[in-house]
Design a binder for this molecule. Structure first.
Ligand code: SF4
Length: 289
């Protein structure tokens, strides 16, 4: 179901840019997500989204952005895609992300967009304008296998389409890369998967891959994930329960070894393992007389 709400504010800001992507302002135009990844952390109780299959559209988001952005005193990276994908199927007709990018371009702010969708290509020209300040587009890719992707990310475009979109963005001169997380224990935590993702990303022009080897398991998120394991991978839930109990953090099996494989493969292919953040231009020095 789709619901419309009028939001009070749009951008939330943090004192320091976050260490993963350098994000200063978070922008979520939607709540809930049609991609329905079985592992999604946004189902956790702390986010207070009762039915994550429903999508809430912030109908006044663009008006809010137009008001809020010129009032910001610090120019920092606007991040979108942490709690809901900015390129949901719904975005094809609603166009909130498309309009928000235009506002960001007009106000000359830097942007990081995280997505699982090749719909981002629709906005390539606006992204190109934003990239004169800074634009980075990251694709979440946790498996190189389309068939597995269909099971664990049932509402999202195929992984192969994400790679193809990455290649098009890179060919257009845009900064792009991958977010390789979560790495689902017993399902994706094998070196072949990690090397396959890095190698495909390299072939598609990725500049960076940010990775973390494991997943979170928290209250409603865990309950939903375990129900999906029962359906898709019978017997696996019991292995999770034995290994992780009620713990929040579920590291991949052999996480240190996987990280080593990841870093070595990235190094071989010349891919950075952290994001090149937005760097504000230094203020102009007054000319000496
Ligand atoms: S795309 Fe992101 S926000 Fe949407 S369901 Fe998947 S993990 Fe959650």
């Amino acid at each position: 179901m789709i619901h419309e709400v009028t939001a009070k504010t749009l951008l939330s800001s943090s004192k320091q840019p976050d260490p993963w992507f350098g994000i200063k302002y978070t922008m979520n135009l939607y709540r809930g997500c049609q991609h329905q990844c079985i592992y999604c952390d946004s189902r956790s109780e702390c986010y207070q989204i009762e039915n994550f299959a429903d999508v809430i559209v912030k109908v006044n988001a663009i008006d809010l952005l137009k008001k809020e952005l010129p009032r910001k005193r610090v120019k920092g990276t606007i991040g979108t895609g942490s709690m809901s994908d900015p390129y949901l199927p719904l975005e094809a007709t609603r166009r909130l992300t498309a309009q928000a990018l235009e506002v960001i371009a007009e106000n000359q702010y830097p942007l990081h967009a995280l997505t699982k969708s090749d719909l981002v290509l629709r906005d390539l020209e606006t992204l190109r304008v934003i990239s004169h300040v800074y634009a980075a587009i990251s694709f979440t890719i946790t498996t190189a296998d389309d068939e597995l992707g269909k099971q664990i990310e049932p509402g999202a475009p195929l992984v192969s389409r994400r790679f193809a979109a990455m290649a098009q963005l890179a060919a257009a001169g845009l900064l792009t890369g991958a977010l390789l997380m979560p790495v689902l224990p017993f399902i994706e935590d094998n070196p072949e998967n990690i090397t396959a993702i890095v190698t495909r990303a390299k072939d598609c022009g990725a500049t960076y891959i940010v990775a973390s080897f494991g997943m979170t398991l928290r209250d409603r998120q865990r309950a939903y994930y375990y129900a999906q394991l029962n359906r898709l991978f019978p017997g696996l839930r019991q292995q999770y329960e034995q290994r992780y109990g009620k713990r929040y953090s579920a590291p991949a099996r052999g996480a240190a070894r996987l990280e080593q494989v990841f870093k070595e493969t990235c190094e071989r292919h010349g891919i950075a393992t952290c994001m090149p953040f937005y760097q504000p231009a230094p203020p102009l020095q007054p000319a000496l007389l």
